[in-house]
Design a protein around this ligand. Structure first.
Ligand code: SI3
Length: 291
């Protein structure tokens, strides 16, 4: 078994009208535990389409995942929101449920100053007894924290690490070396191998819902020093990720899951519902990489 941690980013199943489908969510959790054998799930993140959910829906997702996992794996609740009151409410909700870790995306859209970002994290954590991973995803938020800024955020002892979804490997090297005791989880699935080389603790990603066994093998090969094998496996994964992105990744993840026997339903609009071409593309991805 790999010493590196493998987390799938939990998807949210919806019906055609965009209502959450709790049975679909449960089925996804079961698959990740029983078949993918992940170490944990990242709940209500980008892959969970959480930025399109209302507060009550986020709570239902968190509770459903928590109940279905039943203590079998680690769980991280992403509670970040532009509505700080909501972020605090979700942090308390997830903590009271029993989530062992929280995460929060850096606040985006309004070009917040670093002082405001720092205040946001400290506020989220003020009234909860829990730990938190900073969710850093500059390509979507426009917020690119520096090593010094991470250091300032880590002054809060409840902030234990970073979900690092960033292609800046110079920064990753700086951050890894500056904070050897922090938990750093790589967020771009297609860049896992270079992130492993920089000594991340593991990974969180959307494509691990489908591809976890291959990724576990890659991390085991890396740990065993078999870099050629790890590179070959990353190459297959990246061919698959390229095909997923070309076919529209969010709906296609769900379409491929269906071929694996898990009905994950639909994505939520304004994301696209599947066209016949997309369905054919998903079938081809399943047959090429998973059969
Ligand atoms: O749910 C989450 O927040 C994630 O795990 C996000 C994760 O970093 C994914 N990024 C996005 C924007 O969805 C990746 O897993 C990504 O889908 C993958 O690397 C393909 O580009």
């Amino acid at each position: 078994m790999s010493k590196k941690l493998l987390y799938a980013a939990q998807m949210t199943a919806f019906d055609k009208d965009g209502n959450i489908n709790l049975d679909g969510i449960r089925a996804l959790v079961r698959y990740n535990i029983d078949v993918n054998k992940v170490d944990g799930l990242y709940v209500c993140g980008s892959t969970g389409e959480a930025f399109m959910l209302n507060t009550d829906e986020k709570k239902q997702v968190m509770k459903t995942v928590y109940d279905e996992a039943n203590g079998a794996i680690d769980l991280v609740a992403q509670v970040g929101s532009l509505n700080l009151k909501e972020a605090k409410e979700l942090a308390k909700f997830a903590t009271d449920l029993g989530y062992p870790k929280l995460s929060a995306v850096t606040p985006f859209y309004y070009n917040f100053t670093f002082e405001q970002i720092k205040d946001y994290y400290n506020e989220i954590l003020k009234d909860v007894d829990n730990k938190l991973l900073i969710y850093s995803i500059p390509a979507l938020t426009g917020v690119a924290l520096t090593t010094d800024q991470f250091a300032e955020l880590f002054e809060n002892p409840k902030i234990i690490g970073i979900k690092y979804t960033n292609a800046d490997f110079y920064l990753l090297e700086r951050v890894r070396n500056a904070f050897p005791d922090k938990l750093i989880l790589s967020g771009f699935d297609e860049m896992l191998l270079p992130a492993l080389a920089l000594n991340v603790d593991g990974c969180i990603g959307s494509t691990y819902n489908l591809n976890a066994p291959r990724v576990r093998e890659e991390m085991d090969a890396f740990d065993a020093g078999d870099i050629d094998k790890a590179r070959q496996l990353q190459n297959i994964s990246n061919d698959m990720i390229t095909d997923l992105i070309a076919n529209d990744i969010y709906p296609t993840l769900k379409l491929v899951m269906k071929h694996m026997g898990v009905d994950a339903g639909y994505v939520k609009k304004p994301m696209s519902h599947p066209t016949p071409e997309m369905e054919a593309g998903a079938k081809a991805i399943y047959e090429k990489y998973f059969k």
